[in-house]
Design a protein around this ligand. Sequence first.
Ligand code: GUN
Ligand code: FE
Length: 427
Amino acid sequence: MSEPIFILKGNIVYSRNEKELAIYEHGYLVCRNGKVDGIYQTLPFRLGGNPIRDYGDCLIIPGLVDLHIHAPQYSYRGLGMDMELLEWLEVNTFPEEAKFESVDYAKKAYGIFVENLRRSATTRACIFGTVHRPATLLLMDMLEKTGLDTYVGKVNMDRNCPEYICEETQESADETLEWIKDVNHRKYQNTHPILTPRFTPSCTDELMEELKKLQMRYDLPVQSHLSENPGEIAWVKELCPWSEFYGDVYDRFGLFGADCRTVMAHCVYSDDSEIARMKENGVFIAHCPESNMNVSSGIAPVRKFLEEGLHVGIGSDVAGGSTENLFRAMAHAVQSSKLRWRLQDDSLEGLTAEEVFYMATKGGGEFFGKVGSFEPGYEFDAVVLDDSRLKHPQPLDIRSRLERMIYLADDREIRAKYVKGQEIDLN
Ligand code: GUN
Ligand code: FE
């Protein structure tokens, strides 16, 4: 256990809002009972007796938030990227996810995933498991031990998938109920259940209705995929001809924000009606730029989401994305937004470093509550970055050093990581 009060010293940077950074050069960040107590340029006399961890010239940023990642897909990251979404799911995803019926396989594969996530700059994540209850519980046991704070879902799918991974409707609902009970018995501190209907094509209306019952009974949040790929969207229209737009399907079943916290990955092709509904219902968007490039989905209109005041965070979407490193995801968000502006729609300018940093911290953090900022009262999630490996011939200001981290940082830069005031073991 940490002391109730301790202080980190270093170059502190966080997002005031999506346009503006707050910077405290050689400042003091005070943690009290797992929350941010204050930031000071000079330490007040009354705090002088508390332990100070001096990180010298390092940067101290809020922990990064991954709003969308698939744990079982970690084993084929960087492989089989020459397909579009629906083919990619059939050829790569379903055969790999089927292997998690074996708890032995899950132990090996999830062991690698969890270890790498622990060592990354990610402090919070929304994670998809597979349809399998034992493997998903094992994943949650492993994550709990890391100290990271995560939402994890047992995936639901009862149609349009190979028989070896497809659930019966009632079986899917029953297994989800049993899984929720198992999770509640375990009394995790850091690991929370989230309902995870894979996406509309793989969930019948009956299953969606069953999931809504569980959502209300246990007051659970929801994660899924939305408007990622043109073929997928056309398919949803065929399956649910009564829907006004793709997101309307989830909304009809009460699984789209409003009375349940919801995060939807992608939203590459969300039209004005879908955007308006997401805004009205407070749905979070997980922008997954690398995945959207790798499986040729397209580029989401992120600036529009930000201008409309929607909740937007960043997702790595491994294995659509190849890496859990959210610094790469931030850089990809900037880069792809510029191509979108140049090639597709010059009414939406490219994203800035400030904006993507905001999305990866405070934007996505809000899904977890008061997370992703160093304003007083926020949960104390912090990452200490030592950028000295990436030598530079001249002194750089703090903003420039942060921008360089977005493009260049990986695990080698991470000196320390804290979640809710607890230091995470990085070894
Ligand atoms: N849509 C449904 N399932 C998936 C998945 O596993 N990855 C991505 N990127 N999109 C999906
Ligand atoms: Fe995904």
